[in-house]
Design a protein around this ligand. Structure first.
Ligand SMILES: Nc1ncnc2c1ncn2[C@@H]1O[C@H](COP(=O)(O)OP(=O)(O)OP(=O)(O)O)[C@@H](O)[C@H]1O
Length: 206
């Protein structure tokens, strides 16, 4: 999967968040979206995954065989972001079953295997609403890593993770299969690979 933007622009009220952003995000590549608080990292990600409409410009998703229309892109993406909520009323096991009833798992990993991968088997019958913020973040990341998606979006992935969980996040990131396009919005260099392509939103304000 690749994403091509042509003159992509987003304005909230009178403020241009980014303007005339033309770029090709290539298949199998990892990108960091950087910029200070409020510069537009989350907005750019949300426009790129088709949730927030752009003010002007074009956005194209291309799979190896064909172009994918924006209304079908949700089948190809996985997202872990602070504003994407889990279902608080579900137990963890129910959350996993629900998620994988909507989207297939990467490498046919089973919910039990994913519980182990996330180091959360002990919490499988606990309600998500009673999880700590770090546990919730591990679930969001685990679901994103193990959904069979061509496009992965992470917004502030290290939020609330302790040292051990952060190391786990880095290991899982490094294990992603070739061919996955990964975008990471972050201001923390540790959250994205040192050799990835960095795009600073501030460079696209005009
Ligand atoms: N729905 C909205 N309506 C109006 N303004 C918005 C909306 N969403 C975001 N903004 C504004 O757009 C700007 C960019 O916000 P955004 O959340 O994309 O920044 P960010 O770089 O991700 O910030 P942070 O590092 O704090 O997460 C901010 O000024 C914000 O107030």
């Amino acid at each position: 999967m690749s994403i091509t933007t042509e003159g992509l622009s987003k304005r909230f009220n009178r403020e241009w968040i980014f303007r005339n952003f033309s770029y090709q995000f290539n298949n199998g590549t990892t990108y960091a979206i950087t910029g200070p608080n409020g510069s537009g990292k989350s907005t750019l990600l949300q426009v790129l995954w088709g949730q927030v409409p752009q003010t002007s410009g074009d956005l194209h998703y291309t799979a190896p065989s064909a172009e994918i229309p924006v209304e079908k892109i949700s089948q190809h993406i996985a997202i872990a972001a602070p504003y994407m909520d889990l279902v608080e009323e579900f137990t963890l096991r129910e959350q996993l079953d629900f998620h994988f009833s909507l989207k297939p798992a990467r490498g046919k990993v089973s919910p039990s295997e994913l519980l182990e991968i996330m180091y959360l088997t002990h919490a499988k019958d606990k309600y998500i609403g009673n999880f700590s913020s770090g546990m919730k973040q591990r679930v969001k990341l685990g679901l994103a890593f193990y959904t069979a998606a061509d496009l992965l979006f992470f917004d502030e992935p290290g939020t609330n993770l302790d040292e051990q969980a952060f190391a786990w996040y880095k290991r899982e990131l490094a294990k992603l299969p070739e061919g996955v396009l990964t975008l990471i919005a972050s201001n923390d260099k540790d959250e994205y690979p040192a050799d990835c392509t960095v795009i600073n939103v501030l460079a696209h304000k005009s």
